[in-house]
Design a protein around this ligand. Structure first.
Ligand code: FRU
Length: 433
């Protein structure tokens, strides 16, 4: 069956992680080991729709170009492999060996969700699941996506973990990654009624409060899209005290399942999110693969407590000036726009206008045209209250806007087909990535 949106699948993005084949959703087990960034991800290698989940695996030296590795974890008798995290066990607390990479993830056995661990002694290439699995069972239908973090508070319970359980986050501690004690929980009365997923807990050095709790809700974003939410607060190792209400990390439709990299060599958290919305992720145009991860981002808190988001990579040194305000797409290249005032960009494909990006001193927005898939064609907007440089990355099938020095980010998929054109107006410099 053909329809008017056929031919709209984009080419492979130039500076974003996509699966070699099949389906990809959440980033999992993000970690930095021996000079390499590792991204595992929810993966169905055999189809372009969600299905029996594996962990795919890629690594990168620069967070921009990714090398693909064999599938890391595959379904077994305890279930399929849902989202989770990975830590380096320098002191062999879990008994797999000093320096083992230990992953903790949810196994889903026809709806029964339990938490398991696995270890890798070769930097994430090959894994053995633990004979102690499952290591944690919670009496709840939805209990998943454990995110483990190494604590440095002198407590012998070296590890902390956050788990999404129904409409809340549970906080656990453990000395050995195998025995976990529930210490506290956090919930909030949100307008969206979806279950909470993919929590994370990050340190914000030199900030007060010094922690950021994040979690995701499938329908909490603009126009009912999926959203990653953040709550700054205080964490004493067991309990979390919020200092503000949860607020969106990103104001576009396509930034979900955000996770931070364990052991990143930066002061501030480096995060990545799946650029998609569960509203249409299984049905949007595709070309043999589905799923793209956002550019890695650095999170920080402004003095007034506002969350700031910036690309984690220095894109200026990776790009060259274009000396033109218009560009026709080329394989393996993307566009990087820096603006210090109002700007507007239009992206056009074979079938007409695809998206408009507008940034003024008051707001930043992405407007998508053409109801390619239900819920797609909307205007997505963030209010701006301060100045600052705007950074916009337009890749094959993706737009990311970091407005006003990172005061607001917006992420959106686009479906322009393999060839498209962009025109930029305003006080902007266009560079080629
Ligand atoms: C979030 C999510 C997780 C789950 C995974 C399954 O997108 O629903 O909660 O572990 O995807 O693929």
């Amino acid at each position: 069956m053909t329809n008017r949106w056929d031919g709209l699948a984009p080419a492979r993005p130039a500076v974003h992680l996509t699966p070699p084949t099949g389906w990809m959703n959440d980033p999992n087990g993000l970690c930095y080991v021996d000079g390499h960034w590792h991204a595992f991800y929810q993966h169905n290698p055999d189809d372009i729709v969600w299905g029996p989940m594996h962990w795919g695996h890629a690594s990168s030296a620069d967070l921009v170009s990714w090398n693909h590795h064999p599938v890391a974890l595959s379904p077994n008798e305890q279930g399929t492999i849902f989202s989770g995290s990975a830590v380096i066990d320098h002191d062999n607390t879990a008994g797999f060996g000093a320096g083992a990479l230990v992953a903790m993830f949810t196994q889903d056995l026809e709806g029964l969700q339990r938490q398991s661990i696995a270890a890798s002694l070769d930097g994430g290439l090959t894994w053995s699941v633990s004979p102690s699995n499952p290591v944690l069972e919670v009496d709840a239908i939805d209990c998943r996506d454990p995110k483990v973090l190494a604590m440095d508070d002198g407590d012998p319970r070296r590890w902390a973990m956050v788990l999404a359980v129904g409409d809340r986050v549970h906080f656990y501690r453990s000395a050995d990654l195998k025995h976990w004690n529930l210490e506290g929980e956090f919930t909030w009365d949100l307008e969206a009624d979806g279950v909470w997923e993919c929590p994370d807990l990050m340190r914000l050095p030199r900030s007060d409060p010094g922690w950021l709790l994040t979690f995701c809700v499938t329908n909490a974003g603009p126009h009912g899209h999926s959203a990653s939410l953040a709550v700054p607060g205080h964490f004493n190792g067991d309990r979390f005290e919020p200092s503000a209400a949860p607020s969106p990390v990103d104001f576009g439709p396509d930034f979900y399942a955000m996770q931070s990299f364990h052991a990143a060599p930066t002061d501030n958290p480096v995060v990545m999110g799946w650029m998609n919305s569960w509203r249409y992720s299984n049905s949007h145009p595709s070309n043999g693969w589905r799923g793209v991860q956002s550019l890695p981002r650095l999170l920080s808190l402004a003095d007034d407590g506002h969350l700031l988001t910036a690309p984690a990579v220095d894109l200026v040194t990776r790009s060259s000036p274009l000396h033109d305000s218009a560009w026709s797409s080329e394989p393996d290249r993307a566009i990087y726009v820096r603006a210090d005032g109002s700007m507007r960009a239009e992206i056009e494909g074979d079938k007409g206008l695809v998206a408009t990006i507008e940034v003024t001193s008051q707001s930043a927005s992405i407007t998508r045209q053409g109801e390619v898939v239900e819920g797609y064609a909307q205007r997505y907007e963030a209010e701006l209250t301060q100045g600052g440089i705007h950074q916009i990355i337009i890749d094959h099938g993706t737009i990311e806007v970091f407005a006003a020095g990172g005061q607001a980010s917006l992420s959106a998929l686009t479906f322009p087909g393999e060839e498209w054109h962009v025109r930029v107006d305003g006080q902007a410099e266009i560079r080629l990535l």
